[in-house]
Write a protein that binds this ligand. Structure first.
Ligand code: DOR
Ligand code: ZN
Length: 345
């Protein structure tokens, strides 16, 4: 196969940042995706519908004129201990907020204002279940007794399962799943639970963090896992099961914030996202499954219409730039300076 035409995909998990940094990365996402679910972990976090509306307006204002009509940011709110049922109603009524993001406090970048104990959010969650607004979960416990590689697995038993039992009708996206445990859990549950999968967790296992030295640009959260987990993710993504869909979790940080004594978590993949997924699906002999994973399953889960236009990928070798502009700084993209075998035309 030398060309592949699919319905235009959506990115169901994207960090766009703000201001000049957002202006730098936004065109790469808008080039490929019709819509993206925009993460709210800004400083300060997007905790109200008014903040989400203002952020959405900044995104639309930052879009180049040529992309203005073809990219729609779907907004999320950042759940806190103080999110009230009235905040949830307001979010739903806005028509622009499509999910509420649950970061356990301290789990990842800009999560300090996140949830300290999910029991503090029961009233908000009850309302979300009632009015059909999905919960997007960063599924990692932060308990110091839990090994960093086991944080996702422990989250399932300690937090997710009790939550699902309490709110059985709440629609939940288990974001950026990284383990066989999470895949099995999502496959087996009868609750309305789906999962997004990143390109980097499909392409790399944890060896990539340490190969020949420490690789800060391969550090993300949840952290990369063993090969057996990566294989489970590939199986899930290419299975055709509508519970699994594309979410890049593309998370840009400046080169200086990555290459330092205590570097930030996050991998930037949006510059070549659909091409990276195409590579995974081709290697798994499952290119025929890419369209549903990238363009149908997420829209269906979020109860939004599927896109109508198409994109075409061509089998063509190209080299990813060694660095990109990122406001006043640099951004090192995933696979910087390396070859990719698919190119969107
Ligand atoms: O690696 C990550 N980076 N994981 C997250 O959960 C957050 C993200 C970010 O915002 O940088
Ligand atoms: Zn994320």
């Amino acid at each position: 196969m030398t060309t592949l035409t699919i319905t235009r995909p959506d990115d169901w998990h994207l960090h766009l940042r703000d201001d000049a940094q957002m202006c730098a990365v936004l065109p790469y996402s808008a080039r490929q995706f019709a819509r993206a679910m925009i993460m709210p972990n800004l400083k300060p976090p997007v905790v109200t519908t008014e903040m989400a509306l203002a952020y959405r307006a900044r995104i639309l204002a930052a879009l180049p004129a040529t992309q203005l009509t073809c990219f729609e940011p779907l907004m999320t709110l950042y759940l806190t201990d103080n999110t009230a049922p009235a905040d949830i109603i307001r979010a739903k009524e806005s028509g622009v907020v499509h999910g509420i993001k649950y970061y356990p406090a301290g789990a990842t970048t800009n999560s300090a204002a996140g949830v300290t104990n999910i029991s503090k959010c029961y009233a908000a969650l009850e309302m979300m279940a009632q009015i059909n607004l999905p919960l997007l979960v960063h599924g990692e416990v932060t308990d110091p007794d839990v090994d960093v590689f086991d944080r996702e697995k422990f989250f399932i038993d300690r937090v997710l399962l009790p939550l699902m039992q309490r709110f059985p009708s709440l629609r939940i996206v288990f974001e950026h799943v990284t383990t066989r445990d999470a895949v099995t859990f999502v496959n087996e549950t009868a609750n309305p639970v789906a999962a997004s999968i990143t390109a980097h967790h499909l392409l790399l296992n944890r060896n990539a963090i340490f190969q020949g030295g420490i690789h800060p640009h391969h550090f993300c959260l949840p952290v990369l896992k063993r090969e057996t987990h990566r294989l489970a993710l590939i199986e899930a993504a290419t299975s055709g099961n509508p519970k699994f869909f594309l979410g890049t979790d593309s998370a840009p940080h400046s080169q200086s914030n990555k290459e330092t004594a205590c570097g930030c978590a996050g991998i930037y993949t949006a510059h070549a996202a659909i091409e990276l997924y195409a590579e995974v699906f081709e290697q798994a002999n499952a290119l025929d499954k890419l369209e549903a994973f990238a363009s149908f399953h997420g829209a269906d889960f979020y109860q939004l219409p599927r896109n109508h236009d198409h994109i075409t990928l061509k089998k063509e070798t190209w080299i990813i730039p060694t660095q990109l502009e990122f406001g006043a700084e640099n951004l090192i993209p995933f696979r910087a300076g390396e070859y990719l075998s698919w190119k969107m035309i």
